[in-house]
Design a protein around this ligand. Structure first.
Ligand SMILES: Cc1cc2nc3c(=O)[nH]c(=O)nc-3n(C[C@H](O)[C@H](O)[C@H](O)COP(=O)(O)OP(=O)(O)OC[C@H]3O[C@@H](n4cnc5c(N)ncnc54)[C@H](O)[C@@H]3O)c2cc1C
Length: 653
């Protein structure tokens, strides 16, 4: 176990009572040396106007001010958003001091405020752009501990200082963006530790920055995979996938990344690393006898759950997939009474996974893997009448599919119009075979009518038996999927998957001067409400006069829409806000949620009140506060939104 002792309380209080005079002295010293640097580290827009004279004044003002941390919430009140926006100041001096303090504390990794690097870390795959002030690239878990300890101390004077972990930066909700300090856990923390093929299956242990594709390659040797793989598996990391609690096609049967976590090593707010894994009541009792941050957190989280059991169950989203809020409903696999009787386990990895780095930083992880399914069979179902879609999906689900994926007519049309797109993705003859399959399907089978949606249903080995497969196809036909077919041609099979996977990228071909914008891309509704939900979505798209290619995980009622927007134009911010309001209301009206797998980030944190009541939101705020009392980890995400959507929108496409 990687648990270490808490820093001595006396040392802590000594640090806290450092005199105002000595603080000023340090600050002045740094300020003198860094006046020019301050001018450099302000935002790009204001940099030109920020003369050295002004910078001197800024530093003087900052040195004078003894900044008070906003009073910590009691843990059960949601902080007023406008207050948070008012309180937030960039505090460049604080950031400069941190650089010095980190070195003094022995931080070995890179610390940089190089403008080019800051620009690089200002965007991810979301629609937002936020410029950080410092980038840290820790070389070890010890460096992460040092960074957290320094931040924890300095944030008392400079409340705007915070640490936002970032891995591959492919997130779609802006989870890894910050105006303070980015801690890049992918650059150096990317070692694979071990793969164990034991009695309970294969497990994989590594640092968080390992890329998903590298893990997949290693696991292949054991004929195993982690079935929660996201579609972005070629470009994302494992740590970031746990941070977002990512999911993908096979999540229909196998759930999110959180379902495959065996244990996590996490640096908590006291700057120490703790191993977090499922535990029995007996283990809980033993652990909570200790005097450290993890023991306190365990006790407080269990007390919070016990006091609010009914409310937590009420808050639990009705959809199978969800990454909104903190998954308090998954922490104990039973009631607290069951847990105390030894009939259930407590698992705080369920809170860390999907927390977007807001409660701690993962420095090592162990995931469980699953044998690869062989002999899978594909049924393709063109749905020409939207009203049939819900029934077809509900029927398909009765046959225990591994996945039920979907793409819309626009995606298929874009694939037909842009055949060259597939040239890089398919080798030699396969390219021509796949295109032939596409054109034959459209001209011959579909008689030049593109269906509203095409559903792809994957059944596993037990359906390899012809009778079972025939039964499944017949039942789907009867449910409204009249033209369902078992796909036997490998080229046609490949063609369907190519179109499904390419839908997002293909949507860019509609108009290359615009961006397929990720903010409505993650809504999920119970599959039985799918047809009605979609009919309303179509009306809304018309009302806002935008087109959006649609694809997603039909079996989970989970759809990715990317409306095409021009981010260089005035008024796009208003449009994003109005569309978010209208679409999210619709998803919630049909029993759905606003983020199935891409998490809350900047895009959805302000809208969580559509899914959760004030009391439920206050529980999330309380959990965050238990883990992170000084709010040093990625503030403004998941709780207490403080990034203004319009102000933080990217200005380029
Ligand atoms: C084309 C495309 C397709 C996508 N498809 C899917 C999909 O099918 N399913 C899906 O779920 N997502 C999908 N995504 C979104 C994204 O790729 C995934 O969520 C991915 O798992 C994020 O991994 P990352 O390494 O890029 O993490 P990042 O974006 O760097 O980080 C993700 C979040 O985790 C936090 N974090 C990172 N590292 C740590 C750490 N060590 N400790 C604590 N917190 C940490 C960050 O602060 C951030 O909030 C897609 C994105 C794109 C561009």
């Amino acid at each position: 176990m990687a648990t270490k002792l808490k820093i001595n309380d006396a040392t802590k209080s000594k640090k806290a009572t450092a005199t105002k005079v000595s603080k000023k002295r340090v600050a002045k010293k740094v300020a003198k040396r860094s006046v020019k640097k301050v001018a450099k580290t302000t935002s790009p827009g204001s940099r030109a106007k920020h003369t050295t004279g002004q910078a001197k004044k800024t530093v003087k003002r900052l040195v004078k001010r003894v900044v008070k941390k906003p009073k910590a919430t009691s843990g059960v009140t949601v902080v007023d958003r406008s207050e948070l926006l008012k309180q937030h100041k960039p505090q460049p001096l604080g950031h400069l001091l941190v650089e010095q303090k980190l070195r003094e504390a022995g931080f070995r990794g890179e610390v940089s405020s190089d403008p080019a690097l800051l620009n690089e870390y200002s965007t991810d795959e979301s629609i937002f752009a936020v410029r950080p002030q410092i980038i840290l690239q820790p070389k070890s878990g010890k460096d992460v501990e040092t960074a957290v300890r320094v931040l924890s101390a300095e944030t008392k004077r400079f409340p705007s200082l915070s640490l936002t972990p970032r891995a591959a930066g492919t997130g779609l909700s802006g989870g890894s963006l910050t105006d303070s300090i980015v801690i890049d856990v992918a650059k150096h923390l990317a070692s694979i530790h071990e793969i164990v093929d034991g009695a309970n299956g294969v497990t994989f242990t590594c640092e968080p920055g390992v890329m998903w594709r590298d893990m997949e390659r290693e696991l292949k040797r054991y004929d195993a995979y982690i079935p929660s793989y996201p579609a972005s598996k070629d470009i994302c990391s494992i740590g970031g996938s746990i941070g977002n609690n990512a999911a993908g096609p096979d999540s229909l049967r196998y759930g999110h990344c959180a379902d495959w976590v065996a244990s996590l090593e996490v640096v908590l707010s006291d700057g120490h690393t703790y191993t977090i894994q499922p535990m029995s009541y007996k283990e809980y009792k033993a652990l909570t006898k200790r005097d450290d941050a993890y023991a306190r957190i365990l006790k407080e989280v269990v007390a919070l759950i016990e006091k609010n059991e009914a409310l937590i169950q009420k808050a639990k989203p009705k959809t199978k997939k969800n990454t909104a809020g903190y998954a308090l409903w998954h922490c104990i696999n039973g009631t607290v009474a069951d847990f105390k009787k030894g009939k259930a386990e407590l698992d705080l990895t369920r809170l860390v996974a999907g927390s977007q780095g807001t409660i701690g930083i993962i420095t090592k992880l162990t995931m469980r893997a699953q044998p690869v399914a062989h002999d899978t069979e594909l049924i393709a179902i063109p749905v020409f009448n939207l009203a049939d879609a819900g029934n077809v999906v509900v029927e398909a689900l009765k046959h225990d599919p591994i996945n039920v994926e979907v793409f819309d007519g626009l995606s298929f049309d874009l694939a037909m119009k842009n055949p060259e797109f597939f040239k890089d993705r398919l080798d030699g003859m396969q390219y021509y075979k796949v295109l032939l399959a596409m054109y034959t399907l459209y001209h011959v089978r579909w008689r030049r009518h593109t269906p509203e949606f095409t559903l792809l249903v994957t059944l596993d080995g037990k359906h390899a038996e012809k009778a079972a497969l025939k039964d499944a196809v017949a039942a789907i036909k009867a449910a409204g999927g009249a033209r369902a077919r078992h796909i036997t041609s490998p080229s046609e099979r490949e063609m369907f998957w190519q179109v499904r996977r390419a839908s997002y990228t293909l949507s860019k071909f509609q108009d290359e001067t615009k961006r397929p914008a990720a903010f409505l891309e993650d809504m999920t509704v119970p599959p039985e409400n799918l047809s009605k939900f979609f009919a309303e979505v179509k009306k809304l798209l018309k009302k806002f006069n935008v087109t959006a290619a649609v694809h997603g995980h039909g079996g989970n009622g989970h759809f990715h829409f990317y409306p095409l927007l021009d981010f260089t134009k005035q008024g796009v911010g208003d449009m994003v806000e109005k569309m978010s309001e209208a679409f999210f209301d619709t998803a919630v009206k049909y029993g759905g949620n606003i983020c199935g797998e891409h998490n809350d980030g900047i895009a959805r944190t302000p809208y969580l009140n559509k899914m959760f009541s004030k009391k439920e939101l206050s529980l999330f705020a309380a959990v965050e506060h238990i883990f992170d009392p000084d709010d040093i980890f990625n503030p403004g995400k998941k709780v207490n939104p403080r990034f203004d959507i319009k102000d933080t929108l990217r200005r380029t496409n």
